[in-house]
Design a binder for this molecule. Sequence first.
Ligand code: UD1
Length: 382
Amino acid sequence: MKILLVAGARPNFMKIAPLVHQLKSLQAGKPTSEKMISYKLIHTGQHYDYEMSKVFFEELDIPEPDYFLGAGSGSHAEQTAKVMVEFEKVCMKEKPDVVVVVGDVNSTLACSVTAKKLNIKVAHVEAGLRSGDMTMPEEINRIVTDSMSDYLFVSEKSGIRNLKKEGKNKKKIFFVGNIMIDTLYYGLKKLTSYQAGKREKQQDIKRASRQADKPASQKYAVVTLHRPSNVDDKDKLSDILSALKEISRDMTIYFPIHPRTEKNIRRFNLRSILKDSNMKTMAPLSYIDFLSLWKDAALVLTDSGGIQEETTVLGIPCFTIRENTERPITIEQGTNTLVGTKGRGILEAYRKFKKGGGKKGRIPKLWDGKTAKRIINILYID
Ligand code: UD1
């Protein structure tokens, strides 16, 4: 059996890593008489900066991709089309039995459509998540990918409900747990043996860790922000940054800045809000550097999808700067709170947090570090 594994953008790499590890160990342990399994790794090139791509391969022990499609940036149509054209060539050459796509980025949609039109089976890891917000490009990517997938690998129960509501055949739906958490546990193990990256960054992180021993009100927070709906509009971005500045009066805020956000801060002339505050900005961090920072934070504020899940597992209170989430279990069972996208709402939630000490939660079912194993077993046995 031949599998193509596809990854394109930063949040894909941590979802593909456990699958690669699992496939490798399966290959290593198989006597040649048993069903053979082979795989090739495809990087679409949607993200290409060192900090957005290569460093994740290095840290998460993902081998060099077999194919790099070099899609790069562009409008949604341009980026999606470039991936499709290049990926079609790979599929025709490799003739895989199944293409595995993860998450909800443009590369996910592009490769699932391309494979399906060549009558190749598609497996979608992280299927069934729905925000109900069709202005999010990711929501469109999820719906299209799920509509044609032969294997729908679901991370939380809401995914099963959504897929059934959409009329999907329940034989195609597999509740396997959350693959990001496989990588989180892998990263935590690595962290213990982790050696310094850049000196300055390391010192900042050390300083942050020291602060983490202080009482709640003096601990530090970590922020990530990149969603177009939050950062592409000057007034919205300025409103959010001003609220963060207000919070930074109480505690240091560490803010690794995504390239899109960085560009907009410059374009809109908002640098002064950051300069004149207790916010420490930095280039995007590697997986391990970022983990070492947020795992000891008192509070994480984010508009990312995956961080809502990761903070839930380590019990760190998380404010999601969005109006909705496709990951409702992080609110029902985890430490996540939806605070909206307005400065006022963020500060209101922060006042409650200061009084109450943050939301407690528990780890959702099957977020146990064994998701990749379940997925590969299903693909292999089927
Ligand atoms: C993409 C995903 C989003 C995911 C995010 C994580 C889609 C529709 N969106 O959004 O779901 O949460 O990745 O980062 O697929 N850029 C660089 N260097 C890079 C990559 C991007 O400078 O390595 C800049 C480019 O100017 C680019 C912009 O960032 O135009 C946005 O990149 P893009 O891949 O279009 O979307 P993201 O905002 O990163």
